[in-house]
Design a protein around this ligand. Structure first.
Ligand SMILES: Cc1cc2nc3c(=O)[nH]c(=O)nc-3n(C[C@H](O)[C@H](O)[C@H](O)COP(=O)(O)O)c2cc1C
Length: 205
């Protein structure tokens, strides 16, 4: 069981693609969207997010996702839901993308939303917490907050481009970051070739 938070940074498609890949792997997923994330999905993907079931509908209508029955979408204010408690046996929390505001809340233990509460729970229960911060350039407050969260146990996984896989499309670039997150979660994927697979062209006898 993996909790995926989508906060209000540019790039909610990153979290959506992660959810799709986890569902394809038959993982149980709890998705939590902040209010800003819902507006940004409408803005960046052109998808209306005006009723509670919209996010599930979005996942169902995209052809990339199977097993949508394994997805639960939980309201960001619902502290009675499983991600709010350490007694729920979720394996990891991934916030993708992670806004600077959500990063700040996590770094400072300010758990006033379900996303930030789930992050707080992951840290206190020594479970995996992956933050995918999306902002550029970074100010010192952002950098200090990343350092604080990393010292507390979070993995900081910025969606930074890699060119060694020879990306051709925006999807290739998205898959690169999604694949990096899946690698850290120990989940199999074929979103991009590993260096091990690529490099046998360069090895001699
Ligand atoms: C179109 C749009 C794009 C945004 N992109 C970012 C971003 O990339 N990074 C960021 O930290 N904030 C971004 N913001 C601002 C956040 O949405 C805002 O700080 C909000 O309070 C974050 O709340 P949340 O973390 O609870 O979702 C963006 C806002 C809008 C409307």
């Amino acid at each position: 069981m993996i909790v995926v938070g989508i906060s209000g940074a540019s790039g909610p498609i990153l979290g959506i693609r992660l959810i799709e890949e986890l569902l394809n792997l038959k993982e149980r997923v709890y998705a939590i969207l902040s209010g800003s994330a819902r507006s940004i999905i409408t803005h960046e993907l052109g998808y209306p997010m005006d009723k509670a079931s919209s996010f599930t509908d979005l996942i169902k209508t995209r052809t990339l996702a199977k097993n949508s029955s394994l997805l639960s979408v939980v309201d960001d204010t619902n502290f009675f839901s499983p991600p709010a408690s350490g007694s729920s046996r979720f394996e990891a929390v991934v916030v993708m993308p992670c806004s600077m505001k959500t990063l700040s809340s996590v770094a400072n233990g300010y758990a006033d939303s379900l996303i930030t509460r789930a992050c707080d729970v992951a840290l206190k229960e020594k479970r995996r917490l992956l933050l995918v911060p999306r902002e550029t350039p970074l100010n010192l407050i952002h950098i200090e907050n990343m350092k604080k969260a990393a010292i507390a146990g979070a993995d900081i996984v910025p969606p930074v481009l890699g060119f060694y896989t020879h990306p051709k499309t925006i999807d290739d670039m998205i898959n690169f970051t999604v694949g990096k997150v899946l690698n850290l979660l120990g989940k199999h994927h074929s979103l991009f070739q590993s260096w091990e697979e690529m490099s046998h062209n360069f090895i001699g006898e």
